[in-house]
Write a protein that binds this ligand. Structure first.
Ligand code: SF4
Length: 115
């Protein structure tokens, strides 16, 4: 086993953007993420470039993007106080779109970091 150590890696999982992570990689697999919190460590250790998930899920089942958009629109329309939740590990542009979608329907936005 030959470990490759990367110092001062940045974690982009939750938005705090910790930039003092020491990553230990065995081949192309990260085996240790020193200084990362439990969320960051899990993200580094289990994040993969492989495409493991479908484009969308509706009620936990694989769905097309069009079906997911229709379902999301229905949920937002029916909700009294929509909560748009999560948003970690996505781009700033996607977060901006989530806020733009939430404001007109009187919803609230929160991230998993509030847990
Ligand atoms: S998930 Fe943890 S390590 Fe990663 S940026 Fe957030 S607080 Fe930092």
């Amino acid at each position: 086993m030959s470990l490759n150590v990367v110092n001062n890696a940045t974690c982009t999982f939750c938005g705090c953007v910790c930039d003092d992570i020491e990553l230990h990689a065995d081949g192309d697999r990260i085996v240790k993420a020193k200084n990362a919190c439990s969320l960051g460590e899990a993200w580094f250790k289990h994040h993969t470039a492989e495409r493991l998930f479908p484009d969308a899920l509706v009620d936990g089942k694989s769905a097309t993007l069009a079906t997911a958009i229709d379902a999301a629109a229905e949920y937002l329309y029916e909700a009294n106080l929509p909560l748009v939740y999560g948003l970690s590990n996505i781009t700033c542009e996607a977060q901006r779109e989530a806020v733009a979608l939430t404001e007109p329907v009187g919803g609230v936005v929160d991230s998993h970091t509030s847990r």
